[in-house]
Design a protein around this ligand. Sequence first.
Ligand SMILES: C[S@@+](CC[C@H](N)C(=O)[O-])C[C@H]1O[C@@H](n2cnc3c(N)ncnc32)[C@H](O)[C@@H]1O
Length: 246
Amino acid sequence: MNYDDFADLYDHQYDLYRDDLHLYGTLADRASGPILEIGSGTGRVTAYLTRRGADVTGLEPSAGMIRHAQQRAERDGLTLQIVQGDMRTFQLPERYPLVIAPFNALMHLYTPNEQLQALQNIRAHLQPGGQFVFDLSVPRYGAANTMRHEGETFHANGARTDVFLVQRHDEVKQGIVTEYHVDTTAPDGTLKRRHYTLTQRYYTRYEVEWLLRCAGFESPRVTGSFQGGPLDTFSDVMVFHTRRKD
Ligand SMILES: C[S@@+](CC[C@H](N)C(=O)[O-])C[C@H]1O[C@@H](n2cnc3c(N)ncnc32)[C@H](O)[C@@H]1O
């Protein structure tokens, strides 16, 4: 899944998403060394942690997302460490006490082989006993095949941009395909529509627990919120806290 086309839209959509920042910030404060963030995107979490004084390196495959992260950091007077790479195959010399994968980064692993490859590679980059924390959406999606307005309207240079999406749910492949229709209306009324497709693979809680065990991690602590509440039928996220097993 290549996020290059998304980079512009992504910042607009998720810049204000802050639900997870306190958790990852607290973990970073307690870490006894440098931190690796998998799928760092446009640096939403990377910038937050860097600003708090953490020594964090982002790993991100999309050149477009990295460019956006660096441009925004420059505007804010921050220096971000971001490495271009894929979580399945990256190789860094450092061994980290903490690796994080915020906001569904693992949903871009589509087959069991890809999932194991990435998890084993992440494990190889952890110090013995090192911590791996990540969050995934609970697989509960809105009406399928129905066009929805995302509730986002951006205004820039007199133009108005509206985001619409339609989702298809493939229960057999545990896949969610989201088609974004991004409509920009210029001041003279001219309409330009851009179209993007986002493909994600969702997980169930116990599937993740088995994957982690198979990849050499301890049995995880799973919460249903970033504040540590239990995973229950009302939870929107599953947060996994695990450690490298030696
Ligand atoms: C939903 S975004 C999350 C971005 C960022 N972590 C945040 O919280 O805003 C998922 C990110 O994972 C990245 N990604 C997709 N496939 C990846 C892979 N194989 N290895 C590492 N990152 C990947 C995407 O490029 C994208 O930036």
